[in-house]
Ligand binder design. Structure first.
Ligand code: CP
Length: 301
Protein backbone atom coordinates (compact mmCIF):
# COMPACT_ATOMS: atom_id res chain seq x y z
CA UNK A 1 0.00 0.00 0.00
CA UNK A 2 1.30 3.48 -0.82
CA UNK A 3 2.41 5.66 2.08
CA UNK A 4 1.78 9.40 2.08
CA UNK A 5 3.17 12.22 4.22
CA UNK A 6 0.22 14.56 4.76
CA UNK A 7 0.53 15.24 8.49
CA UNK A 8 3.62 14.80 10.64
CA UNK A 9 1.45 12.25 12.49
CA UNK A 10 1.74 9.97 9.47
CA UNK A 11 5.24 9.15 10.74
CA UNK A 12 5.90 7.37 14.04
CA UNK A 13 8.70 8.52 16.33
CA UNK A 14 10.85 5.68 14.95
CA UNK A 15 10.17 6.75 11.36
CA UNK A 16 11.03 10.37 12.19
CA UNK A 17 14.34 9.31 13.74
CA UNK A 18 15.02 7.05 10.74
CA UNK A 19 14.48 10.01 8.35
CA UNK A 20 16.87 12.16 10.41
CA UNK A 21 19.52 9.42 10.36
CA UNK A 22 19.21 8.89 6.61
CA UNK A 23 19.34 12.66 6.03
CA UNK A 24 22.60 12.71 7.97
CA UNK A 25 23.98 9.98 5.67
CA UNK A 26 22.90 11.97 2.61
CA UNK A 27 24.57 15.07 3.98
CA UNK A 28 27.82 13.09 4.13
CA UNK A 29 27.34 11.71 0.58
CA UNK A 30 24.94 13.93 -1.30
CA UNK A 31 25.18 12.40 -4.77
CA UNK A 32 23.11 9.22 -5.05
CA UNK A 33 21.54 7.58 -8.07
CA UNK A 34 19.37 4.79 -6.77
CA UNK A 35 16.19 6.51 -7.97
CA UNK A 36 17.34 6.63 -11.60
CA UNK A 37 14.31 6.10 -13.85
CA UNK A 38 11.84 7.55 -11.35
CA UNK A 39 9.90 10.78 -11.96
CA UNK A 40 8.58 13.07 -9.21
CA UNK A 41 6.00 15.83 -9.74
CA UNK A 42 6.41 19.06 -7.75
CA UNK A 43 3.07 20.87 -7.93
CA UNK A 44 3.13 24.28 -6.29
CA UNK A 45 -0.20 26.11 -6.24
CA UNK A 46 1.28 28.65 -3.78
CA UNK A 47 4.64 30.51 -3.81
CA UNK A 48 7.76 28.85 -2.45
CA UNK A 49 11.51 29.23 -2.65
CA UNK A 50 13.00 26.75 -0.18
CA UNK A 51 10.51 23.91 -0.25
CA UNK A 52 10.13 23.67 -4.02
CA UNK A 53 13.79 24.11 -4.89
CA UNK A 54 15.07 21.83 -2.14
CA UNK A 55 12.60 19.14 -3.21
CA UNK A 56 13.67 19.55 -6.83
CA UNK A 57 17.35 19.46 -5.86
CA UNK A 58 16.65 16.38 -3.71
CA UNK A 59 14.99 14.56 -6.63
CA UNK A 60 17.92 15.40 -8.89
CA UNK A 61 20.51 14.35 -6.32
CA UNK A 62 18.80 10.97 -5.98
CA UNK A 63 19.14 10.42 -9.73
CA UNK A 64 15.41 10.83 -10.48
CA UNK A 65 13.78 13.46 -12.68
CA UNK A 66 11.32 16.16 -11.80
CA UNK A 67 8.30 17.66 -13.57
CA UNK A 68 5.79 20.19 -12.27
CA UNK A 69 4.93 23.85 -11.98
CA UNK A 70 5.83 26.73 -9.63
CA UNK A 71 2.30 28.19 -9.88
CA UNK A 72 -0.94 27.06 -11.48
CA UNK A 73 -1.42 30.03 -13.86
CA UNK A 74 -0.48 27.99 -16.93
CA UNK A 75 -2.34 24.83 -15.99
CA UNK A 76 -5.87 23.69 -16.79
CA UNK A 77 -6.90 24.70 -13.26
CA UNK A 78 -7.48 28.11 -14.90
CA UNK A 79 -10.08 26.43 -17.15
CA UNK A 80 -11.91 25.08 -14.11
CA UNK A 81 -10.32 21.64 -13.70
CA UNK A 82 -10.68 20.37 -10.16
CA UNK A 83 -7.79 19.38 -7.90
CA UNK A 84 -9.17 15.82 -7.85
CA UNK A 85 -9.01 15.49 -11.66
CA UNK A 86 -5.61 17.22 -11.85
CA UNK A 87 -4.17 14.73 -9.37
CA UNK A 88 -5.82 11.71 -11.05
CA UNK A 89 -4.14 12.66 -14.33
CA UNK A 90 -0.68 13.50 -12.97
CA UNK A 91 -0.67 10.23 -11.01
CA UNK A 92 -0.41 8.44 -14.36
CA UNK A 93 2.82 10.21 -15.25
CA UNK A 94 4.92 10.02 -12.09
CA UNK A 95 6.05 7.90 -9.15
CA UNK A 96 5.41 10.52 -6.44
CA UNK A 97 3.60 13.85 -6.05
CA UNK A 98 4.90 16.71 -3.88
CA UNK A 99 2.22 19.39 -3.54
CA UNK A 100 1.79 22.80 -1.92
CA UNK A 101 -1.69 24.32 -1.93
CA UNK A 102 -3.30 27.34 -0.23
CA UNK A 103 -6.27 25.26 0.99
CA UNK A 104 -5.94 23.44 4.31
CA UNK A 105 -6.82 19.79 3.67
CA UNK A 106 -5.81 19.92 -0.02
CA UNK A 107 -2.96 17.42 0.46
CA UNK A 108 -5.25 14.93 2.12
CA UNK A 109 -7.76 15.33 -0.74
CA UNK A 110 -4.97 14.82 -3.28
CA UNK A 111 -3.84 11.65 -1.51
CA UNK A 112 -7.35 10.22 -1.89
CA UNK A 113 -7.21 10.59 -5.67
CA UNK A 114 -3.53 9.83 -6.27
CA UNK A 115 -2.33 6.35 -7.11
CA UNK A 116 1.21 7.30 -6.04
CA UNK A 117 2.56 8.64 -2.70
CA UNK A 118 1.70 12.27 -1.95
CA UNK A 119 3.89 14.56 0.15
CA UNK A 120 2.34 17.65 1.67
CA UNK A 121 4.66 20.60 1.01
CA UNK A 122 2.32 22.91 2.95
CA UNK A 123 -1.49 23.09 2.89
CA UNK A 124 -2.90 26.48 3.85
CA UNK A 125 -2.49 27.20 7.55
CA UNK A 126 -2.72 23.49 8.41
CA UNK A 127 0.54 21.52 8.22
CA UNK A 128 4.02 21.47 6.73
CA UNK A 129 5.47 18.11 7.78
CA UNK A 130 8.74 18.17 5.82
CA UNK A 131 9.52 21.58 7.35
CA UNK A 132 9.09 19.93 10.75
CA UNK A 133 11.48 17.15 9.82
CA UNK A 134 14.11 19.67 8.82
CA UNK A 135 13.41 21.66 12.00
CA UNK A 136 14.03 18.51 14.04
CA UNK A 137 17.17 17.85 12.03
CA UNK A 138 18.46 21.32 12.94
CA UNK A 139 17.46 20.94 16.60
CA UNK A 140 19.15 17.55 16.97
CA UNK A 141 22.25 18.76 15.15
CA UNK A 142 22.68 21.84 17.31
CA UNK A 143 21.55 20.46 20.68
CA UNK A 144 22.72 16.84 20.29
CA UNK A 145 19.29 15.48 21.26
CA UNK A 146 15.57 16.06 20.87
CA UNK A 147 14.98 15.43 24.56
CA UNK A 148 15.41 17.66 27.59
CA UNK A 149 14.93 20.91 25.65
CA UNK A 150 12.78 24.01 26.02
CA UNK A 151 11.44 25.16 22.65
CA UNK A 152 9.90 28.63 22.49
CA UNK A 153 7.74 29.22 19.38
CA UNK A 154 7.17 32.89 18.68
CA UNK A 155 4.96 35.00 16.42
CA UNK A 156 2.04 34.05 14.22
CA UNK A 157 1.12 30.75 15.84
CA UNK A 158 -2.42 30.92 14.47
CA UNK A 159 -1.59 30.71 10.78
CA UNK A 160 1.86 29.11 10.97
CA UNK A 161 1.51 25.60 9.57
CA UNK A 162 5.13 24.97 10.54
CA UNK A 163 4.42 25.32 14.26
CA UNK A 164 1.24 23.24 13.96
CA UNK A 165 3.32 20.34 12.65
CA UNK A 166 6.30 21.02 14.94
CA UNK A 167 4.33 20.98 18.18
CA UNK A 168 2.87 17.59 17.29
CA UNK A 169 6.31 16.16 16.50
CA UNK A 170 7.87 17.57 19.68
CA UNK A 171 5.09 15.95 21.72
CA UNK A 172 6.82 12.62 20.93
CA UNK A 173 9.92 13.77 22.80
CA UNK A 174 10.70 15.03 26.30
CA UNK A 175 10.43 18.68 25.26
CA UNK A 176 8.94 21.63 27.11
CA UNK A 177 7.03 23.95 24.79
CA UNK A 178 6.30 27.65 25.13
CA UNK A 179 3.99 29.46 22.73
CA UNK A 180 4.67 33.20 22.55
CA UNK A 181 2.05 35.08 20.54
CA UNK A 182 -0.26 38.07 20.71
CA UNK A 183 -3.79 37.19 21.79
CA UNK A 184 -5.07 37.31 18.17
CA UNK A 185 -2.41 34.91 16.88
CA UNK A 186 -2.41 32.20 19.55
CA UNK A 187 -2.05 28.53 18.64
CA UNK A 188 -5.50 27.26 17.56
CA UNK A 189 -7.43 25.28 20.15
CA UNK A 190 -7.46 22.12 18.04
CA UNK A 191 -3.66 21.85 18.32
CA UNK A 192 -3.56 22.63 22.03
CA UNK A 193 -6.22 19.95 22.53
CA UNK A 194 -3.87 17.42 20.91
CA UNK A 195 -1.25 18.29 23.54
CA UNK A 196 -3.86 18.27 26.32
CA UNK A 197 -5.12 14.83 25.28
CA UNK A 198 -1.58 13.46 25.47
CA UNK A 199 -0.88 15.19 28.80
CA UNK A 200 1.95 17.27 27.30
CA UNK A 201 2.60 20.42 29.38
CA UNK A 202 3.03 23.77 27.62
CA UNK A 203 2.91 27.44 28.48
CA UNK A 204 1.35 30.34 26.58
CA UNK A 205 2.50 33.94 26.91
CA UNK A 206 2.44 37.15 24.92
CA UNK A 207 5.77 38.37 26.31
CA UNK A 208 8.91 37.54 24.31
CA UNK A 209 11.02 38.33 27.41
CA UNK A 210 9.34 35.61 29.51
CA UNK A 211 11.28 32.67 28.04
CA UNK A 212 14.05 34.27 26.04
CA UNK A 213 16.71 33.59 28.68
CA UNK A 214 15.90 29.99 29.49
CA UNK A 215 14.98 28.43 26.14
CA UNK A 216 17.25 26.17 24.08
CA UNK A 217 15.49 26.86 20.77
CA UNK A 218 13.83 30.14 19.84
CA UNK A 219 11.59 29.32 16.88
CA UNK A 220 10.63 32.63 15.26
CA UNK A 221 7.83 32.86 12.68
CA UNK A 222 6.62 35.44 10.20
CA UNK A 223 3.23 37.11 10.56
CA UNK A 224 1.55 35.64 7.48
CA UNK A 225 0.00 38.52 5.60
CA UNK A 226 -1.52 36.23 2.95
CA UNK A 227 -3.76 34.48 5.50
CA UNK A 228 -5.25 37.61 7.13
CA UNK A 229 -8.83 38.62 6.34
CA UNK A 230 -7.79 42.29 5.98
CA UNK A 231 -4.63 44.38 5.48
CA UNK A 232 -5.61 46.48 8.53
CA UNK A 233 -5.61 43.43 10.80
CA UNK A 234 -2.23 42.37 9.41
CA UNK A 235 -0.75 45.84 9.89
CA UNK A 236 -1.92 45.94 13.50
CA UNK A 237 0.02 42.75 14.30
CA UNK A 238 2.94 42.59 11.90
CA UNK A 239 5.44 44.18 14.29
CA UNK A 240 4.40 42.18 17.36
CA UNK A 241 7.91 40.79 17.91
CA UNK A 242 11.13 42.04 16.39
CA UNK A 243 14.18 40.22 17.67
CA UNK A 244 17.43 42.20 17.63
CA UNK A 245 20.98 41.27 18.63
CA UNK A 246 20.82 43.47 21.73
CA UNK A 247 17.97 41.36 23.13
CA UNK A 248 20.16 38.24 23.16
CA UNK A 249 22.27 39.32 26.13
CA UNK A 250 22.07 36.65 28.85
CA UNK A 251 20.51 33.90 26.73
CA UNK A 252 21.88 30.34 27.04
CA UNK A 253 25.23 30.08 25.23
CA UNK A 254 23.99 27.17 23.11
CA UNK A 255 20.59 28.69 22.34
CA UNK A 256 19.83 28.60 18.62
CA UNK A 257 17.35 30.73 16.71
CA UNK A 258 15.39 28.89 14.04
CA UNK A 259 12.92 30.26 11.51
CA UNK A 260 11.21 28.40 8.66
CA UNK A 261 11.86 31.49 6.48
CA UNK A 262 11.15 33.68 4.61
CA UNK A 263 11.60 36.33 7.29
CA UNK A 264 10.14 39.79 6.90
CA UNK A 265 11.19 41.95 9.85
CA UNK A 266 10.79 39.66 12.87
CA UNK A 267 14.54 38.97 13.06
CA UNK A 268 16.76 42.02 12.55
CA UNK A 269 19.71 41.42 10.27
CA UNK A 270 22.10 42.22 13.14
CA UNK A 271 21.12 38.83 14.63
CA UNK A 272 22.54 37.02 11.58
CA UNK A 273 26.14 37.37 12.72
CA UNK A 274 25.53 36.19 16.30
CA UNK A 275 26.40 32.60 17.27
CA UNK A 276 22.69 32.03 17.98
CA UNK A 277 21.49 32.45 14.39
CA UNK A 278 20.97 29.08 12.73
CA UNK A 279 18.09 29.71 10.29
CA UNK A 280 20.16 29.65 7.11
CA UNK A 281 21.91 26.39 8.04
CA UNK A 282 18.48 25.05 9.07
CA UNK A 283 17.13 25.66 5.55
CA UNK A 284 20.27 24.07 4.06
CA UNK A 285 19.50 20.79 5.85
CA UNK A 286 16.10 20.70 4.14
CA UNK A 287 17.48 19.17 0.97
CA UNK A 288 18.95 16.16 2.81
CA UNK A 289 15.80 15.65 4.83
CA UNK A 290 13.69 15.76 1.65
CA UNK A 291 16.04 13.30 -0.04
CA UNK A 292 15.44 10.98 2.92
CA UNK A 293 11.65 11.44 2.74
CA UNK A 294 11.52 10.69 -1.00
CA UNK A 295 13.77 7.63 -0.65
CA UNK A 296 11.72 6.32 2.28
CA UNK A 297 8.29 6.76 0.67
CA UNK A 298 9.51 5.10 -2.52
CA UNK A 299 10.71 2.14 -0.46
CA UNK A 300 14.44 2.59 -0.99
CA UNK A 301 15.63 3.39 2.55
N1 CP B 1 9.85 27.37 4.85
C1 CP B 1 9.21 27.39 3.66
O1 CP B 1 8.23 26.67 3.45
O2 CP B 1 9.74 28.25 2.74
P1 CP B 1 9.17 28.48 1.28
O3 CP B 1 7.78 29.06 1.42
O4 CP B 1 10.12 29.39 0.60
O5 CP B 1 9.08 27.13 0.61
Amino acid sequence: MKKNLISINDFSKEEILHILDVAQEFEAAREQDFLRGKVVACLFFEPSTRTRLSFEAAVNRLGARVIGFPDDRNTSVTKGETLEDTIRIISNYVDMIVMRHPMGGAASLAAEYASVPVVNAGDGAKEHPTQTLLDLYAIRKTQGSLDGLKVNMVGDLKYSRTTHSLLQALSLFDTRMVFTAPEELRTPKEYLEILDAKGIPYEETSSLEDHLQDCDILYMTRVQQERFPSVEQYRALKDSYILSAGMLKGVKPGMKILHPLPRVNEISTDVDSTPHAYYFQQAGGGMYVRMAVIAYLLGYR
